[in-house]
Design a protein around this ligand. Structure first.
Ligand code: CA
Length: 445
């Protein structure tokens, strides 16, 4: 789950927080993929969530695992207790939740790790749509058919998409994370890297406990505080978790019905369009201008059709969608498959701001009924750039007057733009996709 952040966040904090989310593994961690974010970290407000299966994009910051807090943990706890109480947390709720809590160094380490290598998107998708996951999802669609019917009626989000998110986030509840959410968030709030974010989450977590949805020892999640079968962070839980099975508790840990309905509520709030597809694979004409493949370039399906796009099987684009907006996604650059992605794809990105993740959810949702196969060929011989190589690429681009922004190893909007400019100067397809070929070309100059 990356995603998006409140606009009030200062830029530096935003950068730190974005890499934080991008790195957060969901409990399952199958699926770190190549960096192909469709939206930049500075995108919209409101985020659900930490990335489940996101791109393992590197962090911008130091690699220093020493923590140098300005005060002792107990001093911090006293100070934070006063804040929590002034936010309406009852003293006994706070004291019970914090009984025996100490900082967790494994959380600090996870927070600061910077993966050097990422998996290519095709490997990520293979894993996202494993035969085991597809079979299990099909069985759960049958098992929870009645609840899913009621959830679809209430929120207008298709059941296949809900079950696909469930599979991607926690392998249908099997991997929810085993760490104490209070302890993890207290550690992140104390060690000072993202104190405001962690404190806000911690207050939200205490509100959940005070509300009686769950007790502190049972409130488990990932090291970054993503909880339960939906992997919601506490603030998202407070705005979007629902009690759909009617037992009085919003139980995303133990109740699949509550988890599925909470996911539906989140997707509905993120702009889900009932009855529409996420998008579809397309064919491009020879000579197509690949610079148009950008999340910020949205056109109607009718306009894309006029530019020669067809469905992957060669037929014309769906007539009933002609007036809908879509962006062209090339997850592996011009050499790989192409997709037109619509509003529901964007809603999935709000769950986890990674185009690999959103494509995984989208294709998996179709695979449950035998679809979701990609026709185009992935460039399986290509190796994604490592973190060091991405930093080198950014440095070389900026040295050639193509401003790639801070050399942080994150391929965001600025870097993509710089890559396109360099590609155009070489007379190459300007897909904005970082490759070994481009790095070698820049090295040779
Ligand atoms: Ca419930």
């Amino acid at each position: 789950m990356p995603f998006s952040f409140p606009r009030r966040w200062p830029v530096r904090q935003l950068i730190a927080a974005s890499s934080f989310f991008i790195l957060v593994a969901c409990a399952e961690q199958p699926t770190a993929a190549v960096a192909t974010p469709l939206q930049s970290a500075s995108a919209p407000q409101a985020s659900k969530n930490v990335p489940a299966a996101s791109n393992a994009v590197a962090q911008p910051d130091d690699n220093n695992f020493e923590i140098q807090p300005a005060m002792s943990f107990s001093e911090w706890q006293s100070m934070f207790r006063a804040q929590a109480l002034s936010a309406g947390i009852r003293p006994e709720v706070f004291d019970n939740a914090f009984a025996g809590v100490t900082p967790d160094m494994s959380v600090v380490k996870a927070d600061r790790s910077q993966p050097e290598f990422t998996r290519p998107v095709w490997e990520y998708l293979d894993s996202a749509m494993s035969a085991v996951r597809v079979r299990k999802g099909q069985a759960l669609l049958a098992q929870y058919a009645d609840a899913l019917t009621a959830i679809e009626q209430r929120y207008g989000v298709d059941r296949q998409a809900l079950v696909a998110v469930w599979g991607m986030e926690s392998s249908f509840g099997q991997f929810q994370g085993t760490q104490s959410v209070i302890r993890s968030l207290a550690t992140l709030a104390y060690e000072g890297r993202r104190p405001q974010f962690a404190q806000d989450q911690l207050i939200a977590a205490l509100q959940i406990i005070q509300h009686g949805d769950i007790d502190a020892p049972s409130m488990l999640g990932s090291w970054a505080g993503a909880m339960g079968q939906t992997q919601f962070i506490p603030t998202t839980y407070n705005t979007h978790a629902v009690d759909f099975d009617g037992d009085g508790r919003r139980d995303i840990w133990n109740s699949p019905t509550d988890a599925l309905a909470s996911t539906a509520h989140y997707l509905q709030s993120s702009g889900w369009q009932k009855g529409q597809p996420w998008g579809f694979e397309v064919q491009l004409n020879p000579g197509f201008d690949y610079a148009l493949a950008d999340a910020s370039t949205r056109k109607t399906i009718a306009e894309w059709q006029q530019m020669g796009l067809k469905l992957a099987n060669g037929s014309t684009l769906p007539a009933y969608l002609q007036q809908q907006q879509a962006a062209l996604l090339l997850p592996a650059g011009y050499k790989g498959p192409a997709f037109l992605v619509m509003d529901n794809f964007r809603a999935i990105l709000k769950y986890n701001n990674s185009s690999s993740y959103a494509l995984g959810v989208s294709l998996l949702s179709e695979r449950f009924s035998g679809g979701g196969y990609v026709t185009g060929n992935w460039p399986r011989g290509d190796r994604p750039l490592s973190r060091s190589e991405r930093i080198e690429l950014q440095t070389l681009l900026s040295a050639r007057q193509y401003d790639a922004g801070a050399p942080d190893g994150i391929i965001g909007a600025n870097t993509r733009k710089a890559i396109r400019s360099a590609q155009q100067s070489f007379g190459w397809p300007a897909d904005g996709y970082p490759t070994q070929e481009l790095l070698n070309q820049l090295r040779g100059q």
